[in-house]
Design a protein around this ligand. Structure first.
Ligand SMILES: Cc1cc2nc3c(=O)[nH]c(=O)nc-3n(C[C@H](O)[C@H](O)[C@H](O)COP(=O)(O)O)c2cc1C
Length: 191
């Protein structure tokens, strides 16, 4: 059934394990920007390092829970930093776990959106390129054309209250999420 007759569910994955992560602050702002969607956080913290020897059946318990959390939502939004001009290792590890087994992989065919925040000036462009490349290899449906880069993030949040306060960023993020919601509808028609 197409999800437009009911509340859409979107999983939020943060590509940083840091407690005071800026990307976690951005992810936390998303649900209040688009109240028609039910968002839930999907944590990477418990996932073991990917090992093909462990990847049989449902896999280790944290992997089973992670894959199940992805399977039960209509789309995934990844909010991630950039490390050394690329994808953070914890996120790549998680995407590898969600890329198997074969045609029933949790991320395969899943509508996916990308957001990234950095204190730097280039807005996680390079990291997002690599995340997109990985998701395309998995055959997830990454929202095309639209990009959501947040640079100099420390000036856009109230770090103490952990709030996204910059109005322009809030406006663009809301628009990105709305387009992602439409993308979920479009992907349904591909199935
Ligand atoms: C190992 C490491 C590599 C980094 N490389 C980059 C980088 O290539 N580009 C960038 O914009 N920021 C880079 N940074 C800075 C991160 O953007 C910054 O630490 C950011 O706050 C991490 O995201 P978080 O706040 O969500 O944890 C790097 C940080 C670390 C620890």
């Amino acid at each position: 059934m197409a999800p437009d007759n009911r509340t859409k569910k979107v999983g939020l994955i943060v590509g940083s394990l840091r407690e005071h992560s800026f990307n976690r602050m951005i992810a936390a702002a998303i649900p209040e920007l688009e109240e028609s969607i039910a968002f839930e956080s999907i944590s990477l913290a418990e996932l073991p390092l990917y090992n093909e020897d462990l990847d049989h059946g449902d896999g280790p318990e944290p992997v089973r829970r992670f894959r199940e959390a992805i399977a039960r939502v209509d789309g995934i939004m990844i909010v991630s930093p950039e490390y050394n001009s690329g994808i953070p290792g914890v996120l790549k590890n998680a995407l590898d776990w969600a890329s198997t087994p074969g045609k029933t992989a949790a991320l395969r065919g899943k509508p996916t959106g990308l957001v990234g925040a950095t204190p730097g000036v280039k807005g996680t462009i390079l990291s997002q390129q690599q995340i997109r490349q990985t998701l395309e290899a998995i055959r997830a449906h990454v929202l095309p054309f639209e990009k959501m880069y947040i640079s100099q993030v420390m000036d856009k949040v109230d770090a103490e209250r952990r709030l996204l306060t910059d109005e322009t960023t809030r406006k663009y993020l809301k628009r990105y999420v709305q387009r992602f919601s439409l993308w979920i509808d479009q992907v349904q028609t591909l199935d």
